[in-house]
Structures are given as C-alpha cells and as structure tokens.
Write a protein that binds this ligand. Structure first.
Ligand code: GLA
Length: 343
C-alpha cells in the first residue's frame, strides 16, 4: 500500500526554554513541511531525500544506537527504534522547510516518518514517540513542544500547550497580523551542550524552590547562585508572558502581544543567555521597521531564526532571509491509489 504522510514545521511565538520545566509554550504549526511517500511493507525502511545525498536505510529490529547513523538517517533510525513498526517501506522524502534553521525540520521528519510507518495513536502519543526519537537520535534532552506542535497543529491557530498536563488549547491568530520568520544565518553548532546545561540548571533551581511552574518570583529571587536565579527567573516570567500573550491574541490586542515578544527576547538574552549578537542585531533591526509589532529569537537560540509579528504586507526582507508563515493544520497521512491521487 502506498501512503503519503505530511508533517509541518513549527515556529514558536512565545515561551522558550519552558517546555522541559513543565511550563507554558505557544507555538504554531506552519504551512511548510515534510512529505514522505512510502510503499509500505518489508523488513526495513529505505528512504531517499531530495535534500540529502545519502539515503536512510534502517533494518527493523536492529539493536544499533540511532546515533551510529549519519546525518538525517539518525532521525529515521530514532523513529524506528522507538516505534518498532510492524513493517517497513521504501520511499521518498521531500520538504519545503529550510533544514536546520530552527523551524523544527527534524520534528517534521520524525512525525511524517512515524505516520508513514502506520503510527496509530493520538497526536499526543505521536508527539511523545517522536520526542523520544529526537532525544535518542540527537542526544539533546529536548522537550515536547516541537513534535506536539507538528502533530497537533490547527489551521488558523497557535497552540497554547501546558507542558505539565500536556493539554493543547488552540488560540486563533488574528487576521490583521502576519507571522514572519527571519533567519540569522547563524547555525547552532554549540546548541547541544548548552541546551543540556540550561536544562540541568533549571533542574537544580527546581530542586531548591520546587517545580518552576508553581514557583513564585519572590522565591526565585532568593536563590543564592546567580546563574540558577537568572535561569529560573526567565522560566517564571516567561510562563506569565505566554499566558498574557494568549489573552492578548484572544482579545485582538496585537500591539500588546508584540510587546510581550520583545520582553521575552530580553529575558532569553539577559537571564537565560541563549541569544547571540547576531540574533540581538536582527531583533533590533526588525523592531526598527515600521509595521513590526514584536520580534524575538525563537526555539533553542544560540543562532537560528527570529520570529516577528507584523502588520500585513510589512516588508522585513532588508533584515535577512524571510519566510512568511501561516498557522497550519497538523500532520496527516493519506493512502495514495495507483493513479497517484489521494484515495
Ligand atoms: C528546542 C527543543 C524544544 C524547546 C526549544 C526551546 O526547539 O526541541 O523542546 O525546548 O528548543 O524552547
């Protein structure tokens, strides 16, 4: 049987480095994504990609660590390793996402591969399997945001995700704003080690003040170690900004939402220390552009992309390579009949 699975990338509007602390995030699935066309069956998964010179070839039931595969094949191996599908398949991967730029191309690959391999659970189950696959493939102790945004996206909406309860609440994106992603061009070689260090610092802070989701700002300010105090302060204030941002979107207060993005960037820069001079300059240049309501780094930081909320038609191309993205539905899979059309 031939299937076609598609999974979107995501951009995070606000709420970074909060997911792995059980906090709040507000990403949206975007209208750029990854497609896997697969002829299901057989004892292995064999995929070629139009973006990659090397194919991915993973034998089902192999005991090999996914990190032994090179490049993109790791993520395919990670999905197979966690999901243990009943059958493999042979197929082709294409994508409209920029790879490695911070729009979660790896999450889109994992989710589309899992669906092509006949994953049968809920969007949340799919996201949990793919989060585990990402962790095994990359060694980065990532949170649930990217995979859940890709699996559970809702057209026209951003997703307020409570990373303690894993409840997803769609929040409409108003018609009088656009979301643009601008690439800093800086790739994130150091992201792996720094990401793990930040996560460990949040865990150390939580061991003293209790879960950061419930911790008060006053308790966090009493932390003696300067690094723990600042990391925890970012998380506590960012959770409050995510909730306020969701309220602003619902109220159609685009200017208020934009102001919260600017505060979020400052907190990620000063307290969480995951920005870079290139990202800071890009955010400043965006904020100096008429029609831009707010801008911030998005995702893990250490390079990658910024996201801006703008009035429709605002031209930010002077600041860097731009993707105008629309809030999209989540991942899906369809059977392709022999004529090549969807059944
Ligand atoms: C990466 C991770 C996510 C999240 C962000 C930062 O994208 O995969 O789980 O932690 O960084 O918000």
């Amino acid at each position: 049987m031939k299937v076609r699975a598609w999974a979107p990338g995501r951009v995070n509007l606000i709420g970074d480095h909060t997911d792995y602390t059980g906090g709040l995030v507000l990403p949206m699935a975007v209208d750029l994504g990854t497609t896997v066309e697969l002829e299901r069956g057989g004892p292995w998964v064999e995929l070629v990609s139009t973006e990659e010179p090397e194919p991915a070839f993973v034998v089902l039931g192999s005991e090999r660590d996914p990190r032994e595969w090179r490049g993109w094949a790791r993520y395919v191996a990670g999905v197979v390793d966690v999901m243990q599908p009943g059958a493999g398949g042979v197929g082709v991967v294409t994508t409209t996402l920029p790879v490695g730029a911070g729009l979660s191309s790896s999450a889109a690959l994992e989710v589309s591969v899992a669906l092509a391999l006949d994953f049968g659970g809920s969007a949340l189950d799919l996201a949990l399997v793919c989060q585990e696959a990402e962790q095994r493939a990359s060694g980065v102790p990532c949170g649930i945001m990217d995979q859940l945004a890709s699996a559970a996206g809702v057209e026209g909406h951003a997703l307020l995700i409570d990373c303690t309860s894993l409840e997803v609440t769609p929040v409409p994106v108003p018609d009088d704003v656009e979301v643009v992603v601008v690439d800093s061009g800086q790739r994130r070689e150091l992201a792996r080690s720094h990401y793990g260090v930040r996560r460990a610092q949040c865990e150390e802070a939580a061991a003293i003040v209790g879960p950061l989701r419930q911790a008060s700002l006053a308790a966090v300010e009493r932390l003696e170690r300067d690094d723990l105090r600042r990391r925890a302060r970012h998380v506590v204030t960012e959770n409050a900004r995510v909730a306020a941002f969701a309220d602003a979107l619902r109220a159609g207060d685009a200017a208020g939402a934009g102001a919260l993005m600017v505060e979020s960037h400052a907190s990620l820069r000063d307290d969480f220390e995951v920005s870079t001079p290139a990202l800071d300059r890009l955010v400043e240049s965006l904020l100096a552009t008429p029609g831009v309501l707010g801008a911030r780094l998005t995702g893990a930081g250490f390079g990658g992309c910024t996201v801006a909320l703008v009035r429709p038609g605002t031209d930010v191309s002077a600041s860097g390579p731009v993707w105008r993205v629309r809030p999209s539905a989540g991942a899906r899979v369809e059977v392709v009949n022999p004529s090549g059309r969807f059944a």
